[in-house]
Design a binder for this molecule. Structure first.
Ligand SMILES: [Fe+2]
Ligand SMILES: [Fe+2]
Length: 162
């Protein structure tokens, strides 16, 4: 059995992963409305990945005989001043998720739940990738400036995400 304080936090994290999917879908929509289909494609795949993260928590809680709680999903922002601002808020969001994962691992250790600790390791590696993806996007936008050329170059590049 997962200790109850840890189970609650795992359920909260499941909800945060669903919120992440919601947020990236909202960002995809922002690009869709502006005809930037490459960006929209990239953010839709990002949303899909977040759903997969949520499912990892869902499956893990059930594997351990825990009860999955369904909390309301927070409404994501739907407008940003510009693309740079959008990417900055996505990076901030990922950093916040990383803090939550770290906190979850601390809690699993404190409550001596080794399977949960090991389960969470995957997310440590994943968060490095997540932060890196947005950091790189932000670096290009800040280095080259958010000009039409930069945006169209990135739009073509992001369209290629598999
Ligand atoms: Fe995630
Ligand atoms: Fe993420």
């Amino acid at each position: 059995m997962i200790p109850s304080a840890l189970l609650e936090e795992l359920n909260r994290q499941l909800n945060r992963e669903l919120y992440s999917a919601y947020l990236y879908l909202s960002m995809a929509s922002y690009f869709e409305e502006r005809g930037l289909n490459g960006f929209a494609h990239w953010f839709k795949l990002q949303a899909k990945e977040e759903l997969e993260h949520a499912m990892k928590f869902y499956n893990y809680i059930h594997e351990r005989g825990g009860h999955v709680e369904f909390y309301p999903i927070q409404e994501p922002a739907s407008n940003w001043d510009n693309i740079t601002g959008l990417v900055k808020s996505a990076l901030e969001h990922e950093k916040e998720i990383t803090r939550h994962i770290n906190h979850l691992i601390d809690l699993a250790r404190k409550l001596d739940d080794k399977p949960t600790e090991v389960f969470l390791y995957w997310f440590i590696t994943e968060q490095v990738e997540e932060e890196k993806a947005f950091q790189e996007l932000l670096q290009v936008l800040e280095y080259a400036g958010e000009t039409p050329q930069t945006v169209l170059m990135l739009n073509a590049k992001l369209a290629q995400r598999k």
